[in-house]
Design a protein around this ligand. Sequence first.
Ligand code: CTP
Ligand code: CA
Length: 225
Amino acid sequence: QERILSSLPLAGVKVMVTAGPTYEPIDPVRFIGNHSSGKMGFAIADEFAGLGAEVTLISGPSAMQSVQRVNRIDVTTAAEMLEACQANFEVSKITVMSAAVADYTPAQVATQKIKKSDDDLKIELKKTIDILATLGKRKQEGQILVGFALETQNEEEHAKGKLVKKNLDLIVLNSLNDPGAGFQKDTNKISIFNRDFEKQVFNTKSKTEVAKDICKAILNLFKPL
Ligand code: CTP
Ligand code: CA
């Protein structure tokens, strides 16, 4: 417990964070992506590093800069992100998955640029592997796993469902309905649920401040009862 009392409460603790979108290639020039900027995940990685943790940040394509003391691994696709997460999970005491991972990827990637024809184009998509759920199954005693839920309806119900289904310790609900929340924005509005479904609601604030709230909620899990 003495670590928690020191000024760097996570000194030497290994933390893994995912951030950003994934890009799923259709052909050499096109991909399926999403609007995630990476801001939230990078802010979380920075905050953990500031608390003394040894942070590995696994990021999809993002214009964000990470702080020097963060060990950054750049990936492009959901499959690459899965591989990097699998390789780093076992040693991570705390894992926070804030990446917006593609749920579907093109079944085939064309080796040449697809030329337009007179017909419409259909692209077949196959499901990607759920990285968070995969890690949830691997989770050992003493490991903390935190996920995000991005919802536009029945938010709480869906978030709690994901918390249980993916074997998480906390889930951060990101509401896209709030004007201060969402992609590319510098602010966010979150709620956090724990395994007892206790809910902590936070005001709209900068993603840096939101990252502090998330880290604090995680540190609270280490508090003695
Ligand atoms: N996630 C993941 N791997 C995927 C899809 C999602 O690790 N292939 C993670 C995200 O990083 C996030 C959490 O799962 O922490 C929830 O993502 P979200 O898109 O909200 O939920 P899904 O389970 O994908 O369900 P849906 O998109 O249908 O709401
Ligand atoms: Ca999804």
